[in-house]
Design a protein around this ligand. Sequence first.
Ligand code: GLA
Length: 707
Amino acid sequence: MSERWDFVRLDGEKATLVVALEKGGAADLVYLGARLPGREDLSALAAAQGRGRHESQPDAPPVPGLLPEPKAGWMGSPAVALTAIEDGAPIALATDFRVTSWEAEETRLAIRSADPRLGLECVQTWTLSAGDVVRARTALSSTHQRPFWVDRLSALALPVPPRFTHVTTFSGRWAHEIQQTRRALGAEGLAQGSAHGKPGFGGNWLILDGPDTGEALSAHLAWSGDFDTRIECDRPGNSDGRAILQMAPRLTPGEIALAPGDTYETPEAVFTIAPDRKVLAHNWHRHVRAERLATGSPGAPRKVHVNSWDALGVNLSEPALIALAEAAAEVGAERFVLDDGWFAGRRSTATSLGDWFVSRDVFPNGLTPLIDQVHALGMDFGLWVEPEMVSPESDLYRAHPDWCLHSESDERPTMRGQLVLDLARPEVREAVFAQLDALLNEHAIAYLKWDHNRDLFPVGHRHAQTMGSYALIDRVRAAHPEVDIEGCAEGGGRIDYALLERCHRVWPSDNNDAAERVRIMQAWSQFLPLEVLGNHVGPSPNPITGRTLDMDFRAKVALFGHMGIEADPRAMSEAERKTLAAHIALYKDWRALLHSGDLWRLDHPDPHIFAQMVVGGPRALAIAAQTQFSPQFDAAPLRLAGLDPSASYRVTLPAPWPARASLYLDQPERWREGLTLSGEALMRQGLALPLTHPETTWLIALERCEP
Ligand code: GLA
């Protein structure tokens, strides 16, 4: 790096980022890592990273930097790809952006680059915000004399520091969300994306780390449509061993046209760096808590839900719903969510989406009597909707058959018997808004479960569709700011920070089988704090997996999240209801901590033990759930985390205890009284809890003792 470079440094709480900028040249990353001393000499830092040209490079080696372009021999994907029409034929515009200026504040850097020949300007803005999370976006403006199309614009292009040699990616399917794979980053790099019109069941986060899983770097595109994530390593022309990460929304050719005077701005990409994956989760949680959660009642205690779906499906009647509400209130539920089946002719999932008026067959006197009854039981009322969809068998479709997404050939392939509304059209949004607005005006509805149950095809990943969805949700929020919204897409098919900005919580999975759920919750909770992750006690046997599970296990697992019931308490035994009620009471006691403290993942040598704890102020609560039969009879002790090593803690095991496992406690009376141990002993040696049998879960409560 020559002397022509200037340097900008952004400092977060625990991280530092240094960028080199050359007027008339490029911008490049010099440092990304733990916070550097204030006196660090930035030009020496850059010199220590610099490399001379090697034999097989262009004479002026390319600097892909923060805006990779092919112009000087970079062979990876360009950050900006544009198509124009020349003499009737499409041609790719070859860009040559040069840095013209930058604005640097304490935690914000905006870099302007221009290609005067094409009349283009690119502004990349990076803001270092809460949780040491960098929010990055790119805006492209044109004064080009002719219109052209944007095929690709990266929200983020980040040279990956070479010490990050491994990548963890996530994939998933319905009811089995967010499965992770970690591998070495090879020359093939990484190409990942979605084509369903939403991020999909794996979300779109990735994590980079080193061979020994130390320091971790994670990135995400805050975008509820399709994404395109690439890491390109060691390509010819960039054979310096560096890898460039790029994140962009996936654009449909021909969709984003820029006329002279227009600007297109990408959604935001975010990234953060931390000393390990546990702290990485804290960074993301701080970010979500400080900058994303805005709707409804973010600060209020998260009410225990009861949701009608797994209890009643679409076979609804007012008496059955009231009976469910009564039984749920008795065990401690605080919010009654009426799921699918309440509207128009929706007596099966094949009809009536788009007709958002109360079914007179199910509710001859409207919804109000049920809502009044729910209120009388001390609960508030929530309602399921799927506003982005339409059933071919609906009044809306009959009146406006052209309002759904369809191709020129007029094919209308359905999924779950339904079609997708074309939300790019203002009149479609207007019609859906008017129905939702009327519903919310006419009824005391505190909560909407906003679902999205199909992929977008035949005309798929359209930017305008996602923007249309945002416009609709935003309008509903603006008109009814007190209503909490839950984001759901067949479970966890559309979970991202842009949606979360519009929601109170998300629905991580339709899979309420606690043996599955505990893994799903732990996986999402790397990126999302527990309070936004709905977690319900499902029925047994479970309708998706068929597994039969003990209530103690189901209820303890559901407590670590935003707890709810998605089963019919009337179908439970008296003993089960008592166990459920006891755990709901525990949830109410601990939710303030669970929803504000630091979440620590606890490692255990048995991969089927899922353990986490939340630490906040003088209290902490841990959970350890065994899902399979342990290979060792005496499972290794559970080592805690996040405690003050020199402080003393009184440790108890909140009752009810898992019945079979408690028989194997050595001195149960000592546990009942509580054991006082130092943070050091708890974190280093841990607690030898009986965790041998499948369906065993322990809760561990800690109270810091006054010195
Ligand atoms: C989706 C949701 C479920 C439920 C059903 C109703 O599958 O994920 O929780 O609301 O729709 O049809």
